[in-house]
Design a protein around this ligand. Sequence first.
Ligand SMILES: [Zn+2]
Length: 55
Amino acid sequence: MPRAICRECGGFPVVSITTGERHLDGSRVLLHVVCRTCNGTGLILPAPALSQTGR
Ligand SMILES: [Zn+2]
């Protein structure tokens, strides 16, 4: 079954965000945010039949 690229992150599950601050050595302070939708894989499994149940 083919996997689909995560819609939340578009296949870039780990994003580095600059905080605007600097470390003591002059390098930028980065926050690494991992996409919670795909857990950092960049791919999601196609929606299972859950959406068809109940209604
Ligand atoms: Zn994602």
